[in-house]
Design a protein around this ligand. Structure first.
Ligand SMILES: NC(=O)C1=CN([C@@H]2O[C@H](COP(=O)(O)OP(=O)(O)OC[C@H]3O[C@@H](n4cnc5c(N)ncnc54)[C@H](O)[C@@H]3O)[C@@H](O)[C@H]2O)[C@@H](O)CC1
Ligand SMILES: Nc1ncnc2c1ncn2[C@@H]1O[C@H](COP(=O)(O)OP(=O)(O)O)[C@@H](O)[C@H]1O
Ligand SMILES: [K+]
Length: 484
C-alpha cells in the first residue's frame, strides 16, 4: 500500500523536517536524486554520460533550485549542462552559483539536448505553464525528467488546464503527491527520493493498492469451506437489448470466486450457455440466497429495471450498482427507499453517470475528482468508484484510494461490466466494500494489461485474464505498513 499526501500535508511535514536539518541539505539530497536518475536516463538513451547534453528549464522557486543543484552534479560528471532561466532575477541564488561553479552554462534557448530537466515549477504550481515556458516545452523533442512533478499539472488534483509538461520520468521527494497517482500520463514513471520525511507525515490523504495488498485481501478457501461459505454472488443484469452485459458481468464473477454465482434476469439462457456453472433464474425473487448483488449492467431504465433494483435492495446484502442502475437511481431517488441502511452500496459511475446522479444533489465533477467522489460517497452513504484513467474509490467515511491505469486499453465497450462482476465477487467474499472496489479496480487494470499486450483487446478477453491477474497478486502476498 502506498500513501499519497496533499501538498499542504507535505509542506507542513517539510517545514518540521527543515527546522531540524542544516540549511540547504534537503534540497541537495533531492537534487542528488534527480542527478542520479538523469545520469541513468542518459546512459539508457545514449550509452553514457560524459559529453552528453542536458538542458535545465529553471523556474523562479525551489523547484528550479533543485534543477540547478542537479545540473551542478551532472556538470561535475562531465555532462554538458545548459540552464534556461525563465525568471533570471528570481533564480535560486545558491543553486545558480553552484551550477556556474561546476561548469554549467546559462543560455537563452533549449539548444540540442539529449535530455531535458523540468524545474519550472513544483509544489507551488498554480495553473498551466505560462507562455514563455509553454513555448520552450513545446519545442522539446527528447525525453523529459520532471523535478517533483510535471510543470503545468495541478499538484493536488492532477488536472491539466492548458500547456503542461509530459514527462517520461518524474523524480519526487519525501512523499508521493496526488498528481503522481491522478495523472500518470503526464508524470510517466514516478521515482521517489527518500528525504527522511516519513516521521513527520500524518496519515495519508489517499492510498494506492499494490499487488501484495490485493493478494493479501484475497479470500482463499480453507478445508472446511464449501461453495456457499465462500460467499455467493448474485448478478441482476442484462435485458433483451443488452444480454452481453449479463454474460460479461457474470463471467467476471465466476472467474473471481471459487464459490457460487447466481444470475437473475432476462439473459438466463445466454448466461447458462456461456457459463454452465452459474445457477440462473428469471427473477431476483427466485434466485435464492446471495451474499452480495450486482445490479445494473444492461438492465434497461424502464419499469422492469426499477422493479429489479427494488428487489435487490430489499434483499439487504452488500450491493454494487452500476450503469443503468445508477441512471435509475438518478431519475427516481425514491428507489433508495428500498435500501436497508445497514447494507453497503458500491456505485460505479463513469463521468456521465456521475454527473447524472451527483448534479441534482449539488455535486459537480470538476477538476478535483477526489473531492467530487468523496462528496458523493458521503452524501449517499455509499462507496463511490469513479471510473477513468485514474479510478477514484471513496468511502462514506472519507477513506479514498486511487487506482491508476497502466494504459488506456480498458477504455473499451463492456469493460465496465467486467469490473462490476469483480466487485460483486469480492463483496460476496465478505471484504470491506471500499477495499473490494479497490481490489477489483486493481485486478481490472492488471487483467487488461495481461490481455492487451500493447494491442486493442475486447472486454471478453480482459475477462479471461482475470485468473492470471489474481495469480499475479497472490504471488506477492505480504502484509505491510503504508509506505511513503
Ligand atoms: N521545502 C523543501 O524542503 C524542499 C523543497 N523542494 C523543492 O521545492 C519545490 C517547491 O518550491 P517553491 O515553494 O519555491 O515553489 P515552486 O518552485 O513550485 O514555484 C515557484 C514559483 O513559481 C511561480 N509559479 C506558480 N505557478 C506557475 C506556473 N504555472 N508557471 C510559472 N510559474 C509559476 C510561483 O510564483 C511560485 O512561487 C518543490 O516542488 C521541490 O522541487 C526540494 O528541494 C526538497 C526540499
Ligand atoms: N482512458 C482510460 N484509461 C484507462 N482506463 C479507462 C479509460 N477510460 C475508461 N477506462 C476504464 O474502462 C472501464 C469502462 O467502463 P464503462 O464506462 O462502464 O464501460 P462499459 O459500459 O462499456 O462497460 C472503467 O473501468 C474505466 O475506469
Ligand atoms: K517541475
Amino acid at each position: 500500500m502506498l500513501g499519497v499526501w496533499t501538498t499542504e500535508q507535505v509542506r507542513a511535514a517539510e517545514d518540521r523536517l527543515l527546522a531540524r536539518t542544516p540549511d540547504g541539505a534537503l534540497m541537495r539530497k533531492a537534487a542528488f536524486g534527480v542527478a542520479t536518475v538523469a545520469a541513468a536516463m542518459l546512459r539508457d538513451l545514449t550509452g553514457g554520460t560524459a559529453g552528453r547534453r542536458v538542458t535545465l528549464l529553471v523556474g523562479a522557486g525551489n523547484n528550479g533550485g533543485d534543477a540547478l543543484w542537479a545540473g551542478a552534479t551532472l556538470a561535475r560528471r562531465a555532462v554538458a549542462v545548459t540552464a534556461v532561466l525563465l525568471s533570471p532575477d528570481r533564480a535560486h541564488v545558491e543553486g545558480l552559483a553552484a551550477f556556474r561553479k561546476a561548469g554549467g552554462r546559462v543560455a537563452a534557448d533549449l539548444g540540442d539536448p539529449d535530455l531535458v530537466i523540468d524545474g519550472i515549477v513544483g509544489l507551488s504550481a498554480r495553473g498551466p505553464l505560462r507562455p514563455a515556458a509553454a513555448a520552450l516545452v513545446e519545442r522539446v523533442e527528447v525525453p523529459i525528467l520532471a523535478v517533483d512533478l510535471p510543470s503545468g499539472v495541478d499538484p493536488d488534483t492532477g488536472a491539466v488546464d492548458g500547456p503542461a509538461v509530459r514527462a517520461d520520468v518524474t523524480v519526487t521527494f519525501g512523499a508521493r503527491k496526488p498528481v503522481h497517482v491522478l495523472n500518470t500520463a503526464h508524470c510517466g514513471e514516478v521515482r521517489l527520493v527518500d528525504l527522511g520525511l516519513a516521521p513527520e507525515l500524518p496519515d495519508p490523504d489517499l492510498i494506492t493498492l499494490e499487488a501484495d495488498d490485493v493478494g493479501f485481501a484475497w479470500r482463499v478457501p480453507g478445508p472446511s469451506d464449501d461453495k456457499y461459505t465462500q460467499g455467493v454472488t448474485g448478478i441482476a443484469a442484462g435485458s433483451s437489448t443488452y444480454p452481453g452485459a449479463a454474460v460479461l458481468s457474470t463471467g467476471a464473477a465466476v472467474l473471481a470466486t471459487s464459490g457460487m454465482v447466481r444470475y437473475a434476469g432476462w439473459a438466463a439462457d445466454h448466461v447458462r450457455d456461456r457459463w454452465p456453472e452459474v445457477v440462473a433464474t428469471g427473477t431476483v425473487e427466485d434466485a435464492g440466497r446471495v451474499q452480495a448483488w450486482v445490479v445494473g449492467p444492461g438492465l434497461g431504465t424502464g419499469q422492469t429495471g426499477r422493479d429489479v433494483l427494488t428487489a435487490v435492495f430489499s434483499d439487504g446484502v452488500p450491493t454494487c450498482v452500476d450503469a443503468d442502475g445508477i441512471t435509475l437511481l438518478a431519475a427516481t431517488p425514491a428507489l433508495w427507499d428500498a435500501r436497508d441502511p445497514d447494507a453497503p452500496v458500491v456505485l460505479t459511475p463513469h463521468a456521465g453517470e456521475f454527473a447524472r446522479i451527483a448534479e441534482p444533489l449539488g455535486i459537480t465533477l470538476g477538476a478535483d475528482r477526489v473531492a467530487a467522489a468523496r462528496a458523493l460517497a458521503k452524501r449517499l452513504d455509499a462507496v463511490v468508484l469513479l471510473k477513468g484513467n485514474a479510478t477514484v474509490v471513496a468511502a462514506p467515511d472519507g477513506r479514498t484510494l486511487v487506482n491508476a491505469a497502466t494504459s488506456s486499453w480498458l477504455a473499451t465497450a463492456g469493460s465496465g461490466d467486467v469490473l462490476t462482476g469483480l466487485i460483486g465477487a469480492l463483496l460476496a467474499s465478505g471484504l470491506d466494500p471500499w477495499l473490494a472496489a479497490g481490489c477489483a479496480a486493481w485486478l481490472h487494470v492488471r487483467s487488461a494489461e495481461l490481455a492487451a499486450h500493447d494491442a486493442p483487446v475486447p472486454a471478453s478477453l480482459i475477462q479471461q485474464a482475470i485468473p492470471a491477474a489474481i495469480r499475479a497478486a497472490r504471488n506477492l502476498v505480504a502484509d505491510g505498513p503504508v509506505k511513503p
